[in-house]
Structure formats: structure tokens, C-alpha cells
Design a protein around this ligand. Structure first.
Ligand code: FEO
Length: 167
């Protein structure tokens, strides 16, 4: 059902989603250390989301008769200058993910694999939300600048995020 080329490309994306989870866990650790529990919570939810993205792709490869091959990961950044810097890095990372998902979709289109295209559509839509989420928080942090009270309010808001498994 999937060509080996498509399996290999989705396999790479599975690894990248796990790497994304790893990056967000590093960001959570930074916020835990900075005593910003709301932002740490937001990153932990993001970690869980990335794990679910990897799992969704993993199951798709298995269901279509492919074989997932796990790979090693590079060490994520652990040092950040500020909350704004973290979320700017998160956005930059999501833009890379979006480009990778678009490449995957293009490959599925070239191969006229309709099942893969329908499956990948979920990820195309998800990436719009991923980038928008990071952008909204960046905008808030830019307004807050160095104001500690404003930062606490953003932290409080991000503490409300809860994990919702993908459907
Ligand atoms: Fe799985 Fe944040 O993209």
C-alpha cells in the first residue's frame, strides 16, 4: 500500500516527531527551573502532543504493512535566554515541521497515494494550529516585555492548557 520511498519518508517524520517531543521536554525543564509552572505545563502538554503525532504516524506505517525503524536523536538545546526566546525557538521548530509535512504530502501526491494523502491531511491542518499557538504566545510575551506581573499572567493562562488526545 505504501512504496518503500514513502515508508522511509514517514519513518523519518516519526523520528522527527519524537525529536520534537524531546525538544519540548527540554523547554519544560527550562521553565521548571525558572519557576514558571504554567509555561512548563504548556510544554509538557506539547510533549504529549508530539508523542501522539509520532504514534499516529507509527500506527499508519504498521497498518499499511510497513516497518518502522527507530533511530538515535541529537541532543536538543537546553539553554534559553528568556521565555520569549523559548517560544520563538518553538515557532521556528514548528515551521520546520510544517515544511517536512508539506514535503511528505507532495511525495504522496506524486505517487498518487490517496490513502496517504487523506491521512496526511490531518497533519497539514494540525500544523496550522501548531504555528498559530506559538505565534499567539510570542505576541503576548512581546507585549509583556520585562514586566514581571504580565509574565505571571501569561504563565497563569498557560497553566490552563490540558491534553486532548488527537481524534
Ligand atoms: Fe508534531 Fe508540533 O508538530
Amino acid at each position: 500500500m505504501l512504496s518503500q520511498k514513502l515508508i522511509d519518508a514517514i519513518n523519518d517524520q516519526i523520528q522527527y516527531e519524537y525529536y520534537s517531543a524531546f525538544i519540548y521536554k527540554a523547554m519544560q525543564a527550562y521553565f521548571e527551573d525558572e519557576d514558571l509552572p504554567g509555561m512548563a505545563n504548556w510544554m509538557n502538554i506539547q510533549f504529549q502532543e508530539e508523542m501522539s503525532h509520532a504514534e499516529k504516524l507509527f500506527q499508519f506505517v504498521c497498518e499499511t504493512g510497513g516497518r518502522v525503524l527507530m533511530q538515535s536523536m541529537e541532543t536538543p538545546h537546553n539553554d534559553y535566554r528568556s521565555p520569549l526566546h523559548v517560544f520563538e525557538e518553538a515557532l521556528r521548530h514548528e515551521q520546520i515541521v510544517t515544511a517536512k509535512i508539506n514535503d511528505l504530502m507532495e511525495l504522496a501526491q506524486q505517487e498518487k497515494n490517496h490513502a496517504a494523502q487523506i491521512f496526511l491531511q490531518w497533519f497539514v491542518t494540525e500544523q496550522v494550529e501548531e504555528e498559530a499557538n506559538a505565534n499567539h504566545i510570542i505576541a503576548k510575551l512581546k507585549r509583556v516585555k520585562e514586566d514581571g506581573r504580565g509574565l505571571m499572567m501569561v504563565d497563569q493562562e498557560l497553566s490552563k492548557r490540558v491534553y486532548a488526545p488527537p481524534v
